[in-house]
Design a protein around this ligand. Structure first.
Ligand code: LLH
Ligand code: MG
Length: 383
């Protein structure tokens, strides 16, 4: 079996969210829809079967990825991944871990479609559903949104008591909000949420990512009083020493690294240096499902829990196949003004429908299980 063609097609779709100048997503201030671009990345084979993912640019597809993939057998996924991974070293700057991840996911999708099986069955299932937590967008200044501790509390109450989520994570206030970050405000929001949902619901905090050691320690100690489940990324993860220092002084579990580059190797360093209590990895941070499964097995061999970062197809298949096990699926990012149940126009269904008890079931479709609206994409192409 051979890959015959690899393409990236750019198309428009509508969204009600905007990014701030630090890259965090919020609702559009007027809650209006506007168009943004993304790409459909496709791997075509000589057996007429194709695999897909999103977000790999046209230029890198044509100049870097297609020359490596075309003519190869997609079942040599490990070799193709290693080749692209090594190419990151030699100045292929736009071949970042997110691109690598999306190429890897499209290879998995191709393989699943050829074998006519969902990826979770190919990996080997551990369970057939996973509990989800509500993961908020970071704080804002929108009245009725996530602008005060009381608004976080109200949203948490709805997520847990009405919608059925099993746990709740706050992303609190970061720059460019002028008064942020503010450790005291973070703790006020966490305390209000604890009060609203009661003592038994697991709560987590993902605060501003550039606090000082002393601020992070103070927040951690306050979270211990509020019986929080974990804290993640309160400081720049480039300094592993800071995380060793912090974890050493807290009973509160510290989770990481989330955004630090280095894939498997970085996680091995964090485990062996006791820089975290729970490991972190998500397909988009580590270069795909191929390396994420290795990281999961690395954590397993050290008896360390691993929490998967982010939602989406690749992360869900990994969670269904982990034996350590990943405790919770991160569903979001959520906001009182945004309907997470509504699929983007280029999908017919969302990837992670959640039942009333807060569980997400295994996707049954072949490959990654994306239900892609090809008609929408073909009618919205811009090149
Ligand atoms: O930057 C953000 O908006 C969040 O930190 C985002 O990366 C989110 O996915 C996260 O950290 N979840 O844990
Ligand atoms: Mg995080």
């Amino acid at each position: 079996m051979k890959i015959t063609e690899v393409t990236s097609k750019t198309f428009f779709y509508s969204t009600k969210t905007v990014s701030d100048d630090e890259g965090h997503t919020h609702p559009d201030p007027d809650l209006k829809e506007h168009k943004i671009k993304t790409t459909l990345f496709s791997i075509h084979t000589d057996e007429g079967i194709s695999g897909y993912s999103f977000g790999v640019g046209k230029e890198i597809t044509e100049n870097v990825i297609a020359p490596i993939l075309v003519g190869e057998d997609p079942f040599f996924r490990e070799r193709l991944w290693q080749k692209l991974n090594h190419m990151q070293r030699i100045g292929q700057e736009s071949l970042n871990d997110k691109v690598l991840s999306n190429v890897d996911l499209a290879l998995w999708d191709t393989i699943g479609k050829v074998l006519k099986q969902p990826i979770n069955r190919i990996l080997g299932l551990y369970r057939d559903k996973v509990p989800a937590y509500a993961s908020t967008m970071c704080g804002d200044e929108m009245n009725g949104g996530l602008s005060t501790p009381e608004e976080y509390a109200k949203f948490a109450e709805w997520c847990i008591k009405e919608r059925g989520y099993q746990a709740f994570k706050l992303h609190t206030w970061y720059p460019p909000i002028k008064w942020a970050p503010d450790p005291k405000m973070d703790i006020k929001a966490c305390a209000a949420v604890r009060e609203a949902v009661g003592d038994d619901i697991p709560l987590m905090l993902d605060p501003h990512h550039n606090y000082s050691r002393l601020d992070a320690l103070w927040i951690g100690k306050e979270l211990e009083k509020l019986n929080f489940h974990w804290m993640e990324e309160p400081m720049d993860e480039s300094s592993m020493s800071s995380y060793i220092w912090l974890s050493d002084q807290l009973d509160l579990p510290i989770l990481g690294p989330e955004t630090m580059q280095g894939k498997l190797a970085t996680r091995a360093e964090w485990i062996t240096n006791n820089a975290c209590d729970i490991l972190r990895g998500g397909v988009g941070d580590v270069g795909g499902l191929t390396p994420l499964m290795k990281i999961i097995h690395l954590a397993e061999s050290f008896n360390m829990a691993l929490e998967v970062h982010g939602g989406g197809a690749g992360n869900l298949h990994a969670l269904l196949s982990m034996a350590i096990p990943g405790e919770l699926y991160e569903r979001g990012l959520l906001h009182p003004f945004i309907d997470h149940e509504e699929p983007p126009a280029y999908l017919n269904n969302i990837m992670d429908p959640m039942d009333k008890e807060g569980f997400i079931s295994m996707p049954l479709g072949d490959g990654l299980g994306w239900d892609i609206n090809f008609d929408y994409i073909n009618n919205s192409l811009i090149d």
